[in-house]
Design a protein around this ligand. Structure first.
Ligand SMILES: [Fe+2]
Ligand SMILES: [Fe+2]
Length: 187
């Protein structure tokens, strides 16, 4: 596979050093949900990767974007695995009494519903990270989670743009009046 430049798919701030204040298995257990729970880096990596493969012939540009975002999620996955280890946990693919399962992925069968599910996954991920930032009293872990959220916010914007593109392609404006309405919806 051609080497991809991922810089357009994550925030350009560097990631903080992967370290923790001290071992804390409870914090590790909280992070297991972000790592391999229903809404998790594991689910996002696999969901976006699946969408990138099945959308290759539908929209090459969007498929490429999805594959690159999937690689960024895999980086988050790796960071969480390391943090869980440092906290004294074991980064197996398990959270909330269940092993990670392929039915956590929204597969879908059309580009719009797939992208909308991907956008929702980002909102859900951000919400879960924010909850854990509140619960985890470790400045190093908090910083790592805050940094991951910055990438998820880039993904929100990318998915929103992709959805806009698909909607315009599926329902192209026919007249100049339509185009003006798209550009200035308040008029
Ligand atoms: Fe992520
Ligand atoms: Fe993301």
């Amino acid at each position: 596979m051609r080497q991809n430049n991922l810089s357009a798919y994550h925030c350009d701030m560097p990631y903080p050093e992967i370290r923790v204040l001290e071992k804390n298995p409870y914090y590790a257990s909280l992070l297991m949900a972000d790592y391999a729970g229903f809404v998790s880096e594991m689910s996002a990596t696999n969901q976006y990767y699946y969408h990138s493969v099945v959308l290759e012939d539908v929209d090459q540009e969007i498929a490429n974007m999805l594959r690159n975002i999937s690689f960024v999620e895999m980086r988050h996955f790796h960071i969480l695995a390391k943090v869980i280890l440092l906290l004294g946990g074991d980064p197996i693919f398990y959270a909330d009494t269940n092993y990670w399962n392929g039915d956590y992925v929204y597969y879908g069968n059309n580009i719009l519903s797939q992208l909308e599910a991907d956008l929702q996954a980002e909102f859900d991920a951000i919400e879960n990270y924010q909850k854990n930032i509140e619960l985890i009293d470790d400045p190093f872990v908090k910083n790592i989670l805050r940094r991951i959220i910055l990438d998820e916010e880039v993904h929100v914007r990318l998915f929103e743009k992709a959805i806009e593109k698909v909607k315009l392609m599926q329902n192209p404006p026919e007249t100049l009046t339509d185009i003006i309405k798209e550009t200035f919806p308040q008029n």
